[in-house]
Design a protein around this ligand. Structure first.
Ligand code: MG
Length: 199
């Protein structure tokens, strides 16, 4: 398993695929164990690195992960099979904003790690699939240090993206339903729970 994780890290680096930073995923895995989290929804599988690590945090963790890019989806499926986690990880090939999830299934943790410009939409859509005491985790809130410095960015596309992340952070800070804690881990992580949540 350890060797396979290292291979995935190497693959991601060679193919320029961003994966979660080690200290961030380590913190999430600790959080999963501590809070007895069982059912996880992940938005943005990439190559399955974080799905596989989250699923390995504890024997009864199940992950549903959604990926809209076909190449990444195929790579993720392959990796899930390689480590024998087909029974713990369900990989869905679809745009998360278009996916129709079963309304009866709720998740203890929802991990948002997909298109950075869409985080507010993901949050608003998927909060209905969160258990009462569940947590929404968001990655890349620093966006490689650009967040907070968007006026200095020359590329219009990048500036647009970064300003959307800044707006998402404001959205979390001002949210009337959820309390959010921000952590300066990896590329910036946040944990949002409902104001009355028992967590
Ligand atoms: Mg990420």
């Amino acid at each position: 398993m350890k060797q396979f994780i290292i291979e995935m890290e190497q693959y991601a680096e060679e193919h320029n695929i961003p994966i979660i930073e080690k200290e961030s995923i380590a913190y999430i895995m600790k959080y999963i164990k501590k809070n007895n989290i069982k059912n996880i929804l992940e938005i943005g599988s990439a190559i399955g690195y974080s799905s596989i690590l989250m699923a390995s945090a504890s024997p009864d963790v199940y992950v549903t992960t959604i990926e809209k890019d076909e190449t990444k989806y195929m790579e993720c499926l392959k990796n899930v099979k390689k480590c024998g986690m087909e029974n713990k990880i369900n990989v869905v090939f679809q745009d998360a904003l278009e996916v129709n999830l079963n309304n009866d299934v709720k998740y203890d943790l929802i991990f948002i790690d997909a298109a950075k410009g869409q985080y507010t939409k993901f949050f608003e859509k998927f909060k209905y699939f969160l258990t009462e005491d569940g947590t929404i985790v968001s990655d890349n809130l620093k966006f490689h240090g650009y967040v907070g410095n968007s006026s200095k960015i020359e590329s219009k596309n990048l500036q647009g993206l970064v300003s959307k992340i800044e707006k998402y952070i404001e959205f979390l800070k001002d949210n009337e339903e959820f309390d959010t804690k921000f952590y300066d881990l990896g590329d910036g992580l946040s944990f949002s729970v409902r104001k009355n949540a028992n967590r």
